[in-house]
Ligand binder design. Structure first.
Ligand SMILES: [Zn+2]
Length: 105
């Protein structure tokens, strides 16, 4: 796997994307980690060429336990193109941290 290491840098530093969301019903915040190399599904265009990547992931907060569905799309180089959370709202890492701090006193 030496070539992989050369391609992606250090193998133990897999590129992760952290997604933060706030539940639309109760306002609780959740965080999920997406592995850009293991978790994404490939998307092909009409000519069956690589068009990009996508992921649909279910999130659940620990307050009302309602499921939220996150959908993210990436281009061919795994750069984030669009993201949305059904049943919730995407927030920043700072907003997430602030909300956790409040909850935990
Ligand atoms: Zn909730």
């Amino acid at each position: 796997m030496q070539w992989l290491r050369r391609l992606f840098g250090q193998a133990e530093e897999a590129p992760f994307l952290l997604l933060h969301a706030r539940c639309a019903r109760c306002g609780a915040v959740v965080q999920t980690r997406i592995n850009l190399y293991n978790d994404l599904s490939v998307e092909y265009d009409d000519r069956e060429e690589l068009a990009g990547y996508w992921i649909r992931k279910e999130l659940m907060d620990d307050r009302c336990f309602r499921l939220m569905t996150a959908e993210l799309r990436f281009d061919r180089r795994r750069r984030l193109m669009s993201q949305e959370v059904i049943g919730g709202q995407i927030i920043t890492a700072e907003e997430y941290a602030a909300a956790r701090k409040q909850t935990n006193g």
